[in-house]
Design a protein. Structure first.
Length: 105
């Protein structure tokens, strides 16, 4: 069992461990590597020892590599008022970054 950590990015919190692939809010990374410094919680390999930050753990870091920049499925917002000839249709595709966790330290 690998080390697990809770990181905060894009206003959300994620429980991650080495080898996980997850989708986060879009992050621009020119090098293809990202390091998350806002680590809120870390467990050891056994899951017995737990470190909780106040609010973050100083010196803890989670490293990841960028797999790709993608777009989510389209969300359609449709408004209509009956008998008033009022119809509005708006679509939106949220951009996100797919990352693979390489190291939890």
């Amino acid at each position: 069992m690998a080390m697990k950590a809770v990181i905060r990015t894009g206003g959300k919190q994620y429980l991650v461990s080495e080898g996980d692939v997850l989708d986060i809010e879009k992050v621009d990374s020119k090098s293809g590597q990202i390091a998350f410094g806002e680590v809120l919680l870390v467990t050891d390999e056994d899951g017995k020892e737990l470190k909780i930050g106040d609010p973050i753990i100083k010196g803890a870091k989670v490293e990841a590599e960028v797999v790709g920049q993608m777009k989510a499925a389209k969300v359609v917002a449709f408004k209509m008022k009956r008998r008033k000839n009022y119809r509005r249709k708006v679509g939106h595709r949220q951009q996100f970054t797919r990352i693979k966790i390489t190291k939890v330290s």
